[in-house]
Write a protein that binds this ligand. Structure first.
Ligand SMILES: Cc1cc2nc3c(=O)[nH]c(=O)nc-3n(C[C@H](O)[C@H](O)[C@H](O)COP(=O)(O)OP(=O)(O)OC[C@H]3O[C@@H](n4cnc5c(N)ncnc54)[C@H](O)[C@@H]3O)c2cc1C
Length: 308
């Protein structure tokens, strides 16, 4: 690759991404950049040749990175981007802060962002994916997001500019989210912590939370809306049509549709990205054959397959 700007953070060439994703798969990124702070990130993006692709990544809890890796500079934020501050009922968090930490710190201060507690991603991923559960979505509470554009400028975005949809929002190409402010309802800290404990327990009972997964594999086929609003109906469940197609527990190499929750694709230990994606495609085919429904991936798949 052409000369890259000098940085204060870490810039690593041909960095495998498997240990940075929840599913533990993924070939190398051309470069992995872990900026020291905002200025470092700005300087890097300003100096980066315009034709080099940038892929910002959170903690990889919604990603299959293919086995051939990513022809891009992957930017992963860490220390320096994970602060959490509470002012009244406004919670401002760095993009690298984990959703669970944000929820806990908010609850300590009597602010209800409890829905974030059981989502295993980072704030950057939550905003980009409009993460949500138990009837609440990031779109409901986000007041402002701050990005560094591909050109290196710091810009604030309003919820309208982010254009939230089901598991999606709009960011300018190559932009990196660096922080977000949320406004949550006021609540009693003890009750908020109790609610989060109950939600964690519910997850453990119904989902393979101890396995390597990326959460729900496919969108629920009916009722998903373009708004991500809490009153959406999701009456036809992906797990149900997967069960009907006989694919609960199905395997391909080291990949499996979880016997505990059939819409969770898991790495039993030896899966490649090709196993995981291949099994997902097999499920889509079987579901189409048995019910005429085309399942849509909720997990993002990025990068190149391994060359034969
Ligand atoms: C066990 C399990 C349960 C889950 N349950 C839920 C759930 O209930 N609800 C739900 O919504 N999701 C759920 N997920 C999916 C996942 O946790 C969310 O989508 C989460 O928001 C992804 O965050 P991340 O930091 O891991 O992002 P990644 O997976 O790393 O990236 C996802 C997307 O966000 C972008 N992105 C990440 N950080 C930045 C940044 N700083 N700037 C710009 N773009 C960025 C990436 O480019 C990519 O497009 C679950 C996953 C698992 C493993």
């Amino acid at each position: 690759m052409t000369d890259l700007p000098v940085v204060r953070g870490r810039l690593t060439q041909a960095r495998p991404l498997n240990d940075l994703t929840w599913l533990r798969v993924g070939g190398p990124a051309d470069y992995l950049f872990q900026p020291a702070d905002i200025e470092d990130l700005q300087g890097f993006l300003k100096g980066l040749p315009g034709d080099v692709l940038v892929f910002p990544m959170g903690v990889g809890s919604n990603l299959i990175v293919r086995d051939g890796g990513l022809r891009a500079v992957v930017i992963r934020l860490g220390r320096g981007f994970n602060g959490i501050e509470v002012d009244g009922n406004i919670v401002t968090a760095g993009a690298a802060a984990l959703d669970a930490h944000v929820a806990r710190k908010a609850a300590d201060a009597g602010v209800d962002l409890t829905f974030l507690r059981t989502i295993p991603g980072s704030v950057g991923g939550a905003v980009r994916m409009n993460a949500g559960c138990y009837g609440s979505y990031t779109a409901d509470v986000l007041r402002k997001a701050t990005i560094v554009t591909r050109q290196g400028e710091v810009v604030d975005l309003s919820p309208e500019e982010l254009n939230f949809r089901y598991r999606q929002s709009d960011l300018p190409e190559g932009a990196v989210l660096i922080s977000a402010s949320f406004e949550g309802p006021v609540g009693d800290p003890e009750k908020l912590h109790a609610r989060m404990a109950a939600q964690l327990q519910k997850r453990d009972e119904t989902q393979p939370t101890k396995d390597r997964s990326a959460g729900s594999t496919f969108r629920n086929p009916a009722g998903y809306s373009s708004t991500g609003r809490a009153d959406d109906v999701h009456d036809l469940k992906a797990w149900k049509v997967i069960d009907n197609a006989g694919m609960r527990g199905a395997t391909l190499g080291g990949a499996q549709m979880s016997p505990k929750h059939s819409n969770f694709l898991i790495n039993t230990g030896t899966a490649t990205a090709a196993d995981l994606e291949g099994l997902g495609e097999e499920v889509r085919k079987k579901v189409y054959e048995t019910s005429g429904i085309t399942l849509e991936w909720e997990i993002m798949r990025v990068g190149d397959p391994l060359k034969e």
